[in-house]
Design a protein around this ligand. Structure first.
Ligand SMILES: Cc1cc2nc3c(=O)[nH]c(=O)nc-3n(C[C@H](O)[C@H](O)[C@H](O)COP(=O)(O)OP(=O)(O)OC[C@H]3O[C@@H](n4cnc5c(N)ncnc54)[C@H](O)[C@@H]3O)c2cc1C
Length: 280
């Protein structure tokens, strides 16, 4: 199948992007086009215009200030993989970026496009939730910030409203004690995950977050596992207790039966991630 006829526009600035989008009844911003183009070709989305924001310098900025790393929405997976932005995550972001699809997708696909697409099996929605990121959203009338927990609403759904654009992501700068684990299970290298367990542990900051992706309509924080990590009981209480906590979290957050393949897969990914993060 082919996409319906669309108008193509390429603005020189974010302001111009808003004006161009405003001139159509159903314009869509396009970053890397790696999700939007297949969806248009399959006619899962039909728009009268595409506003190509992939070359806007403002969306390609990255900087560290006030204890936060800002990553522009237009930064590609490949730029992160290649270490072209500062890394306050002890290599976590580079690792995640390098495992997305294959290089040609990573050359064009962006961190912002991935977050707006909000596929629960995609990498950035899970990884950035584990990193406790905040998104920066821009509209013609100004800027607002919202934690990723509020931005991810459901299956391929975010809290962005018409006339808003994702400008970038803010990630806390972690201490030198920061440890992470990222377990992505897929049958073929570069596929979307069938299960993703991401853990960030920073004992100096008293922060721990375990997140499971590809298990529900959006990535979910595992409260008991996170709590056990931050309190140190994941280390001291033994494997049996930890597995019980993982299972309780999974029962609460997913709809899979406890004896299903999926439940077993998610439990395995989370328990491997905990083991790895504690070993580091
Ligand atoms: C073969 C293949 C394999 C893949 N495998 C993986 C994988 O293993 N893991 C993974 O995580 N992803 C995977 N992807 C998806 C890939 O990472 C995409 O790049 C990403 O999901 C979307 O980013 P994009 O920049 O291409 O966004 P686009 O396709 O341009 O846009 C996606 C959506 O976001 C909107 N949008 C884009 N940017 C903005 C913005 N700044 N503000 C507001 N709205 C915006 C668009 O309107 C559209 O609705 C794969 C894609 C392909 C084609």
């Amino acid at each position: 199948m082919k996409a319906t006829a669309v108008q193509y526009r390429r603005p020189e600035s974010v302001d111009e992007a808003f004006k161009m989008a405003d001139a159509f009844s159903s314009a869509r911003f396009m970053s890397g086009g790696q999700s939007l183009m297949p969806m248009m070709n399959l006619r899962l989305t039909m728009n009268d215009a595409v506003v190509d924001i992939s070359r806007l310098p403002k969306l390609r900025e990255s900087r560290e200030s006030n204890g936060q790393l800002y990553v522009g929405a237009g930064i590609t997976h490949a730029m992160i993989e290649d270490g072209k932005i500062d890394d306050c995550t002890a290599g976590f972001m580079r690792h995640v970026a390098g495992g997305i699809a294959y290089r040609s997708v990573r050359n064009r696909g962006t961190i912002g496009g991935s977050l707006v697409q909000s596929d629960p099996a995609a990498d950035w929605p899970t990884a950035l939730l584990a990193l406790d990121a905040t998104v920066v959203i821009q509209s013609a009338s100004g800027e607002r910030q919202t934690p990723l927990t509020d931005f991810q609403v459901g299956l391929m759904e975010t809290s962005l409203v018409d006339g808003e654009l994702l400008q970038g992501v803010l990630i806390p700068v972690y201490s030198s004690t920061m440890r992470w684990s990222y377990m992505k299970f897929c049958r073929k290298v570069g596929e979307f995950g069938h299960s993703i367990a991401a853990i960030v542990l920073d004992t100096e900051r008293g922060f721990a977050r375990a997140v499971l992706g590809a298990a529900a309509d959006k990535p979910c924080i595992l409260p008991r596992v996170s709590d056990a990590l931050v309190r140190g009981t994941a280390q001291s209480s033994g494997e049996e207790k930890l597995l019980a906590q993982i299972e309780e979290d999974l029962k609460e957050l997913t709809t899979h039966d406890a004896d299903s393949y999926e439940f077993h897969l998610h439990r395995t990914m989370v328990s491997r991630a905990v083991t790895e993060v504690l070993r580091k």
